[in-house]
Design a protein. Structure first.
Length: 202
């Protein structure tokens, strides 16, 4: 014999907890914006979204669960290698945060879980998120290719690049090397516009 369960009371508790979780999520996203390779920030964002997704699914908040699921996948990918986090990835995350807040507000105003947000908004944002994930994958391929190319760098330049990697990327001081091979020069040209590489002229 099945027993019908009224989730309306639980939904109110969910709304209150979800708002607090989104406030914390915004705080961690702002920290991530300041430091792109801060592992704790990515991990905390992932934890909050994972919790929100589970709670939303429990009370039947479909729009919130769908957005949170996509953000969880997005953050999981970034968590594997934070060095690839760029402005466009943060834009997706902040827009996802706005969508979650809108979904919660609409759900609360309607008094039902079935009218949280128009599906078109969600589909558009999900497409952006997945396009960004594809770019992360391409960046990893590029990193692997760069790693292979690095093996062909002159010994002095290769040692210089390796020794000057910091938490926020590379700082390559060319005054510390006396000779640049053609491969070294190609590396510099390929990375001159990379926001994670600072090249200091001799």
């Amino acid at each position: 014999m099945s027993v019908a369960v009224d989730l309306s009371e639980f939904y109110e508790v969910f709304l209150e907890e979800a708002r607090e979780e989104l406030t914390q999520l915004e705080t961690w996203l702002l920290k991530l914006e300041q430091d792109r390779v801060e592992p704790e920030a990515v991990g905390e964002c992932f934890r909050l979204i994972h919790t929100l997704k589970g709670n939303a699914a429990t009370v039947g908040a479909k729009a919130v669960a769908a957005i949170a699921h996509e953000m969880e996948t997005f953050l999981s990918t970034l968590k594997e290698d934070p060095v690839h986090i760029r402005d466009l990835h943060l834009d997706v995350l902040f827009d996802g945060l706005d969508l979650l807040r809108l979904a919660l507000r609409n759900g609360a105003n309607e008094g039902t879980r079935e009218h949280e947000l128009d599906d078109g908004f969600i589909r558009s944002w999900i497409k952006r998120a997945r396009d960004c994930l594809a770019q992360v994958g391409q960046a990893k391929v590029g990193q692997a290719e760069a790693s292979n190319a690095k093996q062909q760098l002159s010994p002095a330049f290769s040692k210089l690049v390796s020794s000057q990697r910091g938490e926020k990327g590379y700082r390559v001081d060319l005054s510390e090397v006396n000779f640049l091979s053609p491969v070294d020069l190609v590396w510099l040209l390929e990375h001159k516009d990379d926001e994670l590489v600072t090249i200091v002229p001799p």
